[in-house]
Write a protein that binds this ligand. Structure first.
Ligand code: PLP
Length: 436
């Protein structure tokens, strides 16, 4: 450890881990799809950090736009109107799913979901229950961690937010209902109707259209449209958490577009600003926006609609268009799919690959019965799995992937080239042989 990593370790927290297990690598610069450590060693970022640096590092136009705003106005209370706020919303409306026309800006995905819950409860009062899924991550503060199904995130909050009802997820590789698609007739989706009717006071349902942190779970074909329909029929708001899946990650601006779904509320964050400045966005339909004409919008933050944050949004959208990001993701995503399928054929430790666009998971298994390398319980108890060790070996080889107990997430910056994909997947191919 160098002086920087020692000081960082000693005086700041390494999150979601025991501190003794944290030996942070000192990163000194980054460019394109690569970052560099203090010894000058180069790493290919095959996960876009936390699935957020979608335009890669060092995009000059986004950087310029932020700098220009700093020269104009650095901060003003959100009660005032600014040109940058107008420009940001006008660009957002062009790329958001149809019907989303009003926005609340914050500084993280967590806050975006907190706002979504509050808006849902205000708009649907006295209904207050929110349905969420077990395999989900919606953020780390009280409200959003209470939505989060992954118990490793909320175990220290025994009295999580009341009124959250959890349901099983459409994880066909390890179906929680022990059924098989399509013979299951989407039992997990249809169950939502039963839950809503029996819980009686349900105000909203929140889903990651493709579950992210918990293993890139792509739902079967009609799952989301079925859940969307059930929500509408029962007058329950459909909230799409696109914090991870938004901003071209899956080959559309937002993942719900793959299923032509119009959510009532959408939350997004991470790459709305290319991650160069922090952001959280809660977008709502006109109907919900109009509700607050005569009803108190009881929410707000000091850093809400921060002018410097907002200045990045139009520049990001222009860069997506100039660079043809969506068509690139669709084309190169097919190449990634082919390469990963081929890996799966050859490595017996790869049980499943799944994904869309440039959002993929490789799920590793111990044997033909698909025994996972590590469970949530193992991770909860702080046991390092063989998959963690392989991710560490990959880092030694100069490739960074974000991994879960039994899977890698492959989600590079969306500007990645075919040659760079090959570099990453060739190295995965090499290290994964150790698990076979
Ligand atoms: N929702 C989803 C789907 C996420 O993946 C995340 C973070 O990874 C969040 C919410 C929380 O966002 P943040 O880390 O910006 O608070």
């Amino acid at each position: 450890m160098d002086e920087i990593s020692k000081a960082v370790k000693e005086h700041t927290f390494g999150t979601w881990r025991k501190q003794k297990d944290w030996n942070p690598l000192t990163v000194t610069r980054a460019e394109g799809v690569y970052f560099y450590d203090s010894r000058g060693k180069k790493y290919l970022d095959l996960s876009s950090q936390l699935v957020n640096v979608n335009l890669g590092y060092g995009n000059k136009r986004v950087i310029e736009s932020i700098k220009e705003q700093l020269d104009k106005i650095q901060y003003i209370s959100p009660a005032f109107a600014t040109e940058v706020r107008m420009t940001a919303v006008k660009s957002l409306i062009k790329v958001m799913p149809k019907g989303i026309t009003k926005f609340f800006f914050s500084t993280s995905g967590t806050e975006a979901n907190e706002a979504a819950v509050k808006i849902t409860r205000l708009a649907k009062n006295p209904k207050y229950k929110i349905i969420a899924r077990y395999r989900s991550y919606h953020g780390s503060t009280y409200g959003s961690v209470s939505l989060t199904g992954d118990y490793r995130r909320w175990f220290a909050e025994p009295h999580t937010l009341g009124g959250v009802v959890r349901i099983p997820e459409p994880y066909c590789f390890r179906c929680p209902l022990k059924l098989k698609y399509p013979e299951c007739n989407l039992a997990c989706a249809n169950y939502v109707d039963y839950v809503i009717k029996n819980e009686h006071n349900v105000a909203g349902i929140i889903v990651e259209p493709i579950t992210g942190t918990n293993g890139v779970i792509v739902p079967p074909k009609d799952y989301l449209t079925t859940v969307r329909k059930i929500a509408k029929e029962n007058d329950v708001l459909f909230i799409a958490d696109e914090v991870m899946t938004g901003w071209g990650r899956t080959g559309e601006w937002f993942a719900v577009n793959h299923w032509n779904i119009e959510p009532d509320i959408i939350t997004t964050a991470k790459s709305a600003t290319a991650s160069y400045v922090p952001i959280g966005i809660t977008g709502v339909s006109k109907e919900i926006g109009d509700f607050f004409e005569d009803n108190l919008f009881a929410h707000g933050h000091t850093f809400e609609a921060h002018p410097v944050t907002l200045s990045a949004i139009p520049a990001v959208i222009e860069e997506f268009e100039r660079l043809g990001i969506l068509s690139h993701v669709n084309a190169i995503g097919k190449y990634v799919a082919d390469r990963l399928s081929e890996l799966k054929e050859r490595h017996k430790s790869i049980g499943d690959i799944r994904g869309m666009g440039l959002f993929w998971a490789i799920e590793f298994v111990r044997d033909k019965k698909n025994t996972p390398f590590a469970t949530y319980d193992d991770k909860f108890n702080g046991n390092s799995s063989d998959v963690d060790k392989i991710a560490k070996r990959l880092l030694d080889e100069g490739v960074y992937v974000f991994n879960g107990p039994s899977w890698f997430i492959i989600s590079p910056p969306l500007i990645i080239t075919k040659e760079e994909i090959d570099e990453g997947i060739d190295k995965i191919d090499k290290v994964v042989s150790d698990l076979d």
